[in-house]
Every structure is written in structure tokens, then in C-alpha cells.
Write a protein that binds this ligand. Structure first.
Ligand SMILES: [Mn+2]
Length: 403
């Protein structure tokens, strides 16, 4: 399990050392786990003498991957996503670039020996229990150079941010990283009746990791198109500042205003309803925020009085035809995010209702869309603009055909 993962990491590190190019391209996710992952890798590779080119992505869209793999001889790393699409990356890579995947979501093995899928899921660890993206990157960084052990506190922040706890406590590799940070005097663990709370030690005093996680989530998601991720990386490596606090406040104000506007729209017009699904479309009304916001918004309203607790909830948001650092890209796609009420959550957990991890990808595939990471209770995919109603209908048919 753990030993095999570390052996695979050692093998990848050897290849990194032998690789002629001393420049690394790091692509990482935009939530707190993804930002801490990006920060850990940036620090580790800078220390190792590499020039680091870092890009934050909301999703590893196929169109973007085509662009990334329009090169040969590159050293390319994906962090906190892409574990599941290792076969696709293998196909795009064709042995031309050294590719490492440091994700912790459900994974599939790579088919190109030049693509190293170091996702712990392939080595028997659970990405939703034992190890976050940040802790995966931390283990890799330590394999690269033992002195990177001082990055343990950043790993702990990402692990707490991803909110995978066992009885309210970090577990497995995440717990070991937190314990290391405590040993270094960088982290405090406070015990409570329902688990633990983790505090990072800063010059200004202890800061709760869950609050810092939410702080990073807002910078990365609401601020995606406004340099929020760059600020997030800075916060991971240097701590918060008056400048980052100011950016956070501005983004929170933008988010609150957009959400309030959308809620009153739903209250006056209602949600569109089919037999088992209720849905709405925000078009580009959440701009300039990133497309993660449609999921954040669904989370915010899923148990409110405006939402029928007996129907699945779906929201659509247009994906801007640009990616920071990449310039214009013609996606012409829409993102769908799905959530469920606590009532449906109970039914899904009891296997009485279909989980979103089956329902949404299956319908999306039928329409030629793109599925990345879908879970039983939260899921998101993308389809071509104009296929929104068809996607809802596909899901209704799948549910109708289900036993
Ligand atoms: Mn993660």
C-alpha cells in the first residue's frame, strides 16, 4: 500500500532527475486542497533548481489537455485532479513528455510508461479518508528531497480544507502530516467532543485550518478569473496579508450579491421541474467568478425552502471561453452541478436512490460531454451549450429505466 506508493514515487523522482529539461509545468486544482498542492510542488521544485511554470485549472478540460500536449520533452505535473483520466493523458502523451499525476480521487492506471499515475487510490489508500491531494504532493516532495518535510503544515491545511475526517479527526497519511507539523511547532490540535480542530501557528497567532481552507476556497473559486489562485498560493507559502484580506472581502461581496440576486430570481420564477429533477440556469450571471460557483450555489440552497427536498437539484453555468494563462479557448460548453437535499442523501446512502456518480456521468456520456470527478452526493460535468434540456431528459430516462 503505502510502501508501493513510495516506491513508485521514488521511481518517478529518478526519472525527473534524469530528465534533460529543468523546467516543470505544474497544473493544479483551484480549491484549498488544489492550491496547497500547487504551493507544495512549487516550493519543492524551486528548491530543486527547477524553473516552475504554474497554472491553476478549474477542471482538466480535454480541449485544454490537447493544447498542453502540443509539446514534446516537457515535464508536466497534474495535482489534485486527473487521476481518473490517466488513460486519456497516456493517449495524448505517446511517450513524448514526462507526466506525473499527484491526485487522490478515484484513479485509473496509465497506459504510457512515461505517465506516472501516483494517485494513492491505485495503491489501496482512500482519497476520501486517508490522503488529500496536498498530502500526496507532500509525500512526493519529501521523496524528492527529505528537507521538504517542512511543508507538512501546508499539507495539513489542504487536508482539512477537503473535509475528509474520520470521527471529526484527520486520518491516515493526513494525520501523519498534521502530527509532523505539530512536532515542528507549526500546528496545534485542539480536542473537542466531536473530534479535533487544527490551528496553524502564524506570527499573528493561531489560525483555524478550516477557516484558512474556506479563505483559500474563495480566492481560488470566486477569484479564479481575477488572480485569486496566485494570491492563494502566496497565502499558502507566506501566510495571509492585508492585501489578501482585501481581495477576500471583495470576492465575498461579489459572491454574496450574485447569490442573493439568483435566489430572488428562483423565488419569483421558481425552478424548472421534471419528474425527479429540478433545475435552473445562471447563464453568465456569476461572472467574473469561476464555474465552481454553480456547485457552491447549489450547496447553499439545496436544503432551503425554495427547493423541493424530493427532487435532485441541478444548476447550469456557462463556461467562459478563456483560461487564465492560456488565452482564448473555444469551449462553447456549459457546466452542470448537481446536489441533493438531506432527505435524498439518506435515500442514496441506503441505496434506495441512484447516486449522482452514476446518474450524471451516464447521461453526460450519451451526449458526448465530459465527466471528471463525480461523487455520490455531489457531481459536475460539462456538455455543449444547447444540450441542457437534453441532459435533464437523459437523466430522467436513466432513472425511469432503473430497477
Ligand atoms: Mn482534493
Amino acid at each position: 500500500m503505502r510502501e508501493e506508493l513510495l516506491t513508485a514515487m521514488e521511481k518517478a523522482v529518478q526519472e525527473v532527475r534524469q530528465w534533460p529539461q529543468k523546467e516543470v509545468q505544474i497544473f493544479h486544482h483551484n480549491d484549498s486542497d488544489g492550491l496547497t498542492s500547487g504551493a507544495i510542488l512549487t516550493k519543492a521544485f524551486t528548491r530543486a533548481g527547477f524553473k516552475v511554470q504554474r497554472s491553476c485549472l478549474e477542471k482538466p478540460y480535454p480541449k485544454l489537455l490537447n493544447k498542453i500536449y502540443d509539446q514534446t520533452g516537457g515535464l508536466i505535473i497534474f495535482a489534485d485532479f486527473a487521476g481518473r483520466i490517466a488513460p486519456l493523458l497516456s493517449e495524448l502523451n505517446q511517450g513524448r513528455n514526462l507526466t506525473l499525476i499527484l491526485d487522490h480521487h478515484v484513479a485509473e492506471a496509465a497506459t504510457d510508461p512515461m505517465v506516472h499515475n501516483l494517485d494513492p487510490d491505485l495503491f489501496g489508500l482512500k482519497g476520501d479518508r486517508d490522503i488529500s491531494g496536498s498530502t500526496t504532493c507532500y509525500l512526493f516532495a519529501k521523496t524528492l528531497d527529505a528537507s521538504n518535510v517542512d511543508l507538512a503544515p501546508i499539507a495539513a491545511i489542504g487536508a482539512v480544507g477537503d473535509e475528509f475526517f474520520v470521527d471529526g479527526c484527520l486520518a491516515g497519511e493526513n494525520r501523519d502530516a498534521a502530527a509532523e507539523a505539530v512536532k515542528q511547532g507549526q500546528l496545534e490540535i485542539h480536542k473537542h467532543e466531536d473530534g479535533e480542530r487544527y490551528y496553524i501557528i502564524t506570527p499573528g497567532g493561531p489560525v483555524a485550518c478550516d477557516e484558512l481552507g474556506a479563505y483559500l476556497d474563495t480566492l481560488g473559486a470566486a477569484g479564479y478569473y481575477q488572480n485569486g489562485p496566485d494570491m492563494g498560493i502566496k497565502v499558502c507559502l507566506e501566510g495571509t496579508s492585508a492585501e489578501s484580506d482585501r481581495m477576500l472581502k471583495q470576492l465575498q461581496a461579489i459572491q454574496n450579491k450574485a447569490f442573493e440576486r439568483e435566489i430572488s430570481k428562483i423565488q419569483s420564477a421558481g425552478l424548472k421541474k421534471t419528474a425527479t429533477i429540478q433545475w435552473f440556469h445562471v447563464k453568465n450571471r456569476f461572472a467574473p467568478m469561476g464555474v465552481k460557483m454553480i456547485g457552491v450555489f447549489c450547496d447553499a440552497i439545496k436544503n432551503s425552502a425554495d427547493v423541493d427536498p424530493h427532487r435532485y437539484l441541478a444548476g447550469f453555468q456557462l463556461i467562459p471561453n478563456k483560461i487564465p494563462g492560456f488565452g482564448p479557448i473555444e469551449f462553447n460548453e456549459v457546466k452542470i452541478s448537481m446536489r441533493v437535499s438531506s432527505q435524498i442523501e439518506v435515500e442514496i446512502r441506503a441505496n434506495k436512490k441512484m447516486g449522482l456518480d452514476v446518474l450524471l456521468p451516464e447521461a453526460t456520456n450519451k451526449l458526448g460531454g465530459f465527466s471528471d470527478a463525480c461523487h455520490t452526493l455531489t457531481a459536475a460535468t460539462t456538455v455543449a451549450i444547447g444540450k441542457e434540456e437534453a441532459l435533464i431528459q437523459e437523466m430522467e430516462q436513466i432513472l425511469e429505466a432503473a430497477p
